[in-house]
Design a binder for this molecule. Sequence first.
Ligand code: XUL
Ligand code: CO
Length: 436
Amino acid sequence: MAAFPDVDKIVYEGPQSKNPLAYRWYNEDEVIEGKTMKEHLRFSVVYWHTFRGTGSDPFGAATMVRPWDDGSNSVENACKRVRVTFEFLEKLGAPFYAFHDRDVAPEGKTVAESNKNLDAVVKVLKEEQERTGIKLLWGTANLFSNPRFMHGAATSPNADAFAFAAAQVKKCLEVTKELGGVNYVFWGGREGYQTLYNTNMKRELDHLGRFLHMAVDYAKEIGFTGQFLIEPKPKEPTKHQYDSDAAACLNFLRSYDLLDSFKLNLETNHATLAGHEMMHELEYAGMQGALGSIDANTGDLLLGWDTDQFPTNIYLTAQCMLSILKYGGLAPGGVNFDAKVRRESFEPVDLFHAHVGGMDAFARGLKIAAAIREENELDHFIHHRYRSWDEGIGAEIESGKADFKTLEAYALKKGEISPNESGRQEMLENIINHYI
Ligand code: XUL
Ligand code: CO
């Protein structure tokens, strides 16, 4: 029996449509800059929020109405949930999904039992992937929920926690490979600290480096060719997460000789918590060739935690798409909605409204970004702004010909710098508004 009997396949009806369950902007076959929207955006739905989110918060119990879920932790219930997930993905027209091992299958009392449960559910996931053609964008291991990881997993002071985390990632890599996953994500979970009074930071980071090398080695051994991704986040659950932002992650990867094996999975609300705009994170990763994938969501400016709301702000999505287009796209990564309906939006149909809105916001962002790029006003402005580096003293500095002595001689002779020019921030913001 269908879990969403009242929802038909969501189709593109164009900007004039008043149908809330139709796409007004996401037209998957529409070609922009030589690729279809489907190829650019590579939308993905997350298992954890969409099919495991209960709506509970620190002040109240679960609110979500999910008639197909019997609330038990049985493998049978987990398998039933897979069928519902794929009905949802098919009706939505999303080409990808993503999961943690513990979202899809119940954790057992032992490693062996957990692995057995996972195998049983993976069989159904595989069947449904084959039936629908929907693919796994990425798998990841949940190394933060089980109390054994209270002090961290790879960075725990307890070596057994490291060993159990390794066993879990080994299995999750095998399963991701089995399902043809195109990426594999490491989000730091509890890899961080609450106080430096009890923490050997150097030793913990060395262990994290070792852990990731083991993952790279094992992927090679089993022939998993998906892209490895690290997902930065500065805080929550720990006060300080080691993978705090794109710059910190790239420094870590470089220090531990892992730069060739990893790219970044950047999440909007994590950027906000780090005190950055998402565009900053995208640009920082992009300029270093490390832009892998995004977890698309948004926070709430008035709430200081990771609210994981669906993105609806087209300034935000246009900025994201400007950077993504600039760096040649996300593939094999994608736009993964690591986002949840709020606890007051408790009916199954709200899952559709949320994703349709997010997909339309990104499709619109893509169109806006492509239009901005076509006119090229921003690029022209930036190019012009840096023209003092194209010849003369600027070119000498960039090419390495100048040194402090020649520059002192230059300054003495010149007397004062060429006049500065306006940054024209307000004009540029107005230009962006022409395209929105
Ligand atoms: C946590 C978060 C995770 C990762 C996967 O804030 O974003 O769900 O995306 O572990
Ligand atoms: Co995320």
